[in-house]
Design a protein around this ligand. Structure first.
Ligand code: FEC
Length: 292
């Protein structure tokens, strides 16, 4: 048995000139309003993306550390940018892999998120290796404990957050929201929190209703309830990228400041050795299973 891991992430444009093509990939051929593109370019520029993107460096650190921890080749594949998931699958096959573990750097399953990663990987492997896809790790104890450590002992009101999705997923029986609320409850329980809530973030302007409450409205609501000190814990994400560095650190921070609130957020797991160990164990458990 020759094993490899395809480590998948959403992906981020490498340079500012890539943003139109990157956004087009996310939109999958649907039209893009020029003002939305301009706004996205401005957000990346504000985070220092010009000829190089520091956000992609984190994924590479994670990949390299996971490969060292496992002693198994790990290839990065991006859902919306390069290297693509298909490139990673091709590299794994060229390296002789006949068992491929698919791991997404996002803990919660939705048909609008993880299923898309799986489809791209399955299509690229085309049956040439045994695919062991880890579809969700939202209640995986080492992940829950790692996040609980970051909120334990806080005296602040903890707001758990995750990327919003179009609200229709609830009618479709998608497990995304249940998994998010489960992670939040497990972390709160582990850390002994009593004062916490959950909100969504990063809604896109697509003209349809998205899951709420949005964190910006939620902050206002908390303020009216007398909360002044907030700790944001983005359980739907694992690294510092646009949705953290802009949506939380700039947008939510501005809203909190305007409301006279003090907002902090936890450090993201990124390539923290404890997080890498947790991911390595998750992959090892998947490899230990008999082929399906
Ligand atoms: O750092 C970076 O450069 C990329 C950060 C990034 C992450 C991320 C994660 C998720 N998204 C999810 C769902 C959607 C849906 C749409 C959508 C749109 C965008 C846009 C950007 C973007 N997302 Fe994202 N997402 C990241 C970035 N996302 C940029 C487009 C501009 C904008 O809206 O700001 C709407 C698509 C459409 O227009 O139809 C839906 C979900 C996740 C968490 C799971 C995962 O990481 O895959 C779900 C990181």
């Amino acid at each position: 048995m020759s094993e490899a891991v395809v480590l998948m992430a959403y992906g981020s444009p490498e340079r500012i000139a890539d943003v139109p093509a990157y956004y087009a990939d996310i939109r999958g051929g649907r039209p893009i309003a020029p003002e939305h593109l301009d706004d996205l370019v401005a957000r990346y520029r504000a985070l220092g993306v010009e000829e190089h993107n520091p956000l992609n460096a984190i994924t590479e650190q994670t990949r390299a550390a996971l490969e060292r921890a496992l002693g198994v080749p790990v290839f990065t594949g991006m859902k919306h940018w390069h290297p693509r998931i298909a490139d990673a699958a091709a590299a794994a096959l060229a390296n002789g892999a006949n068992v491929v573990v698919g791991l997404v750097l996002a803990p919660h399953y939705s048909r609008l998120s993880i299923a898309g990663y799986r489809e791209q990987l399955e299509e690229a492997l085309a049956g040439r290796a045994d695919l062991r896809m880890i579809e969700s790790w939202h209640d995986y104890p080492p992940f829950v404990e790692l996040i609980a450590e970051r909120v334990r002992a806080t005296h602040r009101h903890v707001v758990f957050t995750a990327h919003s999705l179009p609200a229709r997923i609830l009618d479709e029986g998608d497990p995304y929201q249940d998994q998010l609320l489960r992670t939040a409850a497990l972390v709160a329980d582990d850390a002994g929190l009593t004062d916490w809530s959950f909100a969504y973030q990063s809604e896109s302007p697509t003209g349809v209703p998205w899951l709420g409450p949005d964190i910006l409205d939620h902050l206002e609501d908390l303020r009216t309830r007398g909360v002044t000190d907030v700790l944001v814990c983005p359980i739907g994400f694992v690294s510092d990228h646009l949705e953290i560095r802009w949506d939380i650190d700039v947008e939510a921070q501005d809203r909190a400041r305007g409301l006279g609130m003090d907002l902090q957020r936890i450090e993201m797991p990124n390539a923290d050795p404890a997080f890498i160990q947790a991911l390595a164990l998750l992959v090892e458990m998947e490899l230990a299973h008999a082929p399906r």
